[in-house]
Design a protein around this ligand. Structure first.
Ligand SMILES: N[C@@H](CCC(=O)N[C@@H](CS)C(=O)NCC(=O)O)C(=O)O
Length: 290
């Protein structure tokens, strides 16, 4: 019986690597949409790409980024009517923005009253120049010094309790590959960058394991990363198989969102971090409709 299933599953498990995958956006909640839009446009130089209000559901969204949503990873801010603050929890790490001159960007941000939580300088135990900035809701943005890139919004960092398990999950369930792995025993952490292309070409998911820490709080602020796929149904079948082995679970079976008709599926990884897979064609239709 086990043998009879081995071949079809083996073929199915190849699907995420053959699929057309791309990081679309990261979704999180903010207490004041206009305040965050002002901060991201004035301090980071992002553009406001679109806004939508869904009064029936009592929320609004704003999409901001460094390029068109057709090609770039962007942030999707959610404002829930009447909710002015959220708990970010201890598991969320940061978003990252690359810039050719971190020192200059930090001075510009400081001049606009932005909060710098880590002054520019070489990363502990390394050479990259970094700084940390806190946005109005308390989300941390790492600024990383790098040459020009098509994707300045370059990382989402989340903390995980078992890095090998997470790497297996994102490789098998999502078809990502490890583009960098660094162990810093002197600072007691290991990190892995996972994605669909090299770090300087695209956004990566940075997973951090702090020695001995297996649990974090999730709060209610950060929501999920959305990734494009050509087939949500097949993709969900793969995720379902992988969760049986590594943990995590499907939280939304694949299918169209009522009213919107965009096909999606969503699931949690073994640490409880959520990913949404969105049909590539439906996503483009949605963009052109608005
Ligand atoms: N304990 C850290 C481990 C990750 C870490 O230290 N990352 C580096 C960046 S890759 C960092 O934040 N360094 C701080 C610094 O250089 O000041 C955490 O969970 O955030």
């Amino acid at each position: 019986m086990a043998e009879a299933h081995a071949a079809p599953n083996a073929e199915l498990l190849e699907w995420p690597k053959k699929d057309k995958r791309r990081f679309l956006h990261v979704v999180y909640r903010v207490g004041d949409l206009d305040r965050t839009i002002k901060f991201y446009t004035e301090c980071f130089g992002m553009k406001l790409l679109r806004k939508r209000d869904i009064p029936e559901e009592k929320y609004s969204n704003a999409f901001l980024g460094f390029g068109s949503e057709e090609t770039n990873f962007v942030v999707e801010l959610t404002y829930n009517y009447g909710v002015s603050s959220y708990d970010i929890g201890t598991g969320f790490g940061h978003f990252a923005i690359s810039t050719p001159d971190v020192y200059k960007l930090v001075e510009d941000i400081r001049a606009k009253s932005g909060v710098i939580t880590r002054e520019p300088g070489p990363v502990k135990g390394g050479q990259s120049i970094i700084a940390f900035v806190k946005d109005p809701d308390g989300y941390i943005f790492e600024l990383i010094q790098r040459g020009p890139t098509p994707e300045p919004l370059c990382q989402v960092m989340l903390r995980v309790g078992d890095l090998d398990r997470s790497i297996k999950f994102y490789e098998r369930a999502l078809g990502m590959r490890v583009v960098k792995k660094v162990d810093k025993p002197e600072y007691k952490y290991t990190l892995a960058m996972l994605g669909y292309a090299e770090e300087h070409e695209t956004t990566v998911l940075e997973l951090t394991y702090n020695y001995g820490v297996t649990e974090y709080t999730k709060g209610d602020a950060y929501a999920q990363i959305a990734i494009g796929t050509d087939d949500v149904y097949k993709s969900a079948e793969v995720v379902s198989l992988v969760t049986q082995e590594l943990g995590g679970k499907i939280t939304r079976q694949p299918g169209p969102i009522p009213g919107l008709n965009t096909k999606i599926t969503s699931f949690l990884d073994p640490d409880g971090w959520k990913t949404v897979l969105v049909d590539n064609e439906d996503f483009l239709k949605e963009l052109h409709k608005e």
